[in-house]
Design a protein around this ligand. Structure first.
Ligand code: SAM
Length: 387
């Protein structure tokens, strides 16, 4: 599991994330208005001195393409508006609109070249830099260690950032829970590739949920240290609605179909059963209630807004090929790393055939997922060690 290739497909070709992430782009678009409203309401313009320091923004899990650019643009526009309106303020007339320094953070394997070509092609009105981080390699040491860790550890110095953003990235676990791959454990997920797959034991879901709890805690610990007191953080993440069984979610249907394609390939002798048993996808879809409880229990952030975003899928994923590509661009690297490069054409061909005969894309009863927008403010006084 060390250094697992969870990054998105790079480049800007037909199978790239940049060209097949319309779903994620729509979510960033939906968050624009609420983001502007909350920045206007919550940003304390006194958290920096614009004469001598930039306003620092970081996008955690930026990936490749226009989505991260759009998200950052939305944040900067709103912050500029806030400072401009403040210029009229008689009590703080000296505060100018600050300069901006934006950090694009993702794993070292992310295609930063395509990302920066895109950003500079769009003439950003801010300074930029990439922050590539390691995943897995340093994981056993990363909690509490400084530098070079994935976003589940410290990426920036203390009290350095003014705004943190992360969209559709916190559903990536830092690792597959060990017990899911352990033959002797009740959580062994034999023959299935995810906890949501049809027939998976409840212990498998519990193991994923436990890992998610640890990861969110680590993420919030790190951001609580990196954000200045009063700093802001916006998160967009995909959830399975409260009270819905994971196996009744659209993700479950997709992963059960993908798993059955891999099983067919194992039956044809293209891969061994043992190899299949050792493969699980590192995604966890929290429920809104679980996520809200974890943030509250953590204690370093005030929840300013926790709201459901509209669902983009209906408008953008209309045909099977588009649906297959949207799954392929996020999972292909994982399949290739575990099963080898040669299997993916056949895998996604089989997947397209099976998906075509399933009602999941057409029937509203499968719409049991929802994306949430969460806006947090770092408390001014926190009692955690190291903060
Ligand atoms: C689905 S993409 C989302 C990209 C973009 N934010 C968007 O909304 O389109 C998730 C990204 O998170 C990155 N990621 C996942 N876990 C990470 C970690 N622990 N540290 C840094 N990046 C991570 C992945 O490499 C991937 O590029």
């Amino acid at each position: 599991m060390d250094n697992q290739k969870i990054h998105m497909n790079g480049g800007d070709g037909p199978n790239s994330y940049a060209n097949n992430s319309e779903y994620q782009k729509q979510l960033v678009g939906y968050s624009k208005i609420v983001m502007a409203e909350l920045i206007e309401q919550e940003l304390d313009v006194g958290i920096i001195n614009p004469d001598c320091s930039p306003f620092c923004v970081a996008d955690f899990g930026c990936s490749v393409g226009g989505n991260t650019y759009l998200a950052v643009q939305n944040i900067i526009e709103a912050v500029e508006t806030k400072y401009k309106s403040n210029e009229q303020d008689q009590e703080n007339p000296q505060l100018q609109v600050p300069e901006f320094l934006v950090f694009f953070n993702d794993l070292v394997q992310n295609d930063f070249n395509t990302l920066f070509n895109y950003i500079h092609g769009n003439e950003p009105n801010y300074f930029t830099t990439g922050i590539p981080v390691y995943f897995g390699l340093f994981f056993p040491f990363e909690r509490g260690s400084i530098g070079n860790s994935s976003f589940y550890g410290r990426v920036f110095p203390k009290a350095f950032l003014h705004f943190a953003h992360s969209s559709m990235s916190l559903l990536y676990l830092s690792r597959i829970p060990e017990e899911v791959l352990d033959r002797k454990s009740a959580a062994w997920n034999k023959g299935r590739i995810h906890y949501s797959c049809s027939g998976a034991a409840k212990e498998v879901e519990a193991a994923y949920s436990n890992q998610f709890r640890k990861d969110i805690q680590a993420f919030l610990d790190a951001r609580a240290q990196e954000l200045v007191p009063g700093g802001l953080m916006a998160i967009i993440t995909l959830t399975i609605l409260d009270g819905v069984l994971p196996s009744d979610s659209p993700m479950a249907i997709n992963f059960t179909i993908l798993g059955s394609c891999l099983q067919d390939m194992a039956n044809m002798g293209i891969m061994s059963e043992e190899k299949l048993d050792l493969f699980n996808l590192p995604y966890y879809y929290t429920s809104p209630m679980e996520l809200e409880t974890l943030i509250k229990t953590h204690g370093c952030f005030d929840i300013v807004r926790f709201e459901k975003l509209p669902t983009p899928l209906r408008q953008v994923v209309i045909d099977v090929q588009t649906a297959v590509l949207s799954v392929r661009v996020v999972t292909e690297q994982l399949f290739q790393q575990h099963f080898g490069k040669d299997i993916t054409e056949e895998l996604f061909q089989l997947y397209a055939e099976k998906l075509d005969s399933h009602p999941v894309l057409k029937d509203d009863k499968y719409r049991t997922d929802a994306s949430y927008f969460v806006f947090l403010k770092r408390k001014t006084k926190i009692s955690k060690p190291g903060s």
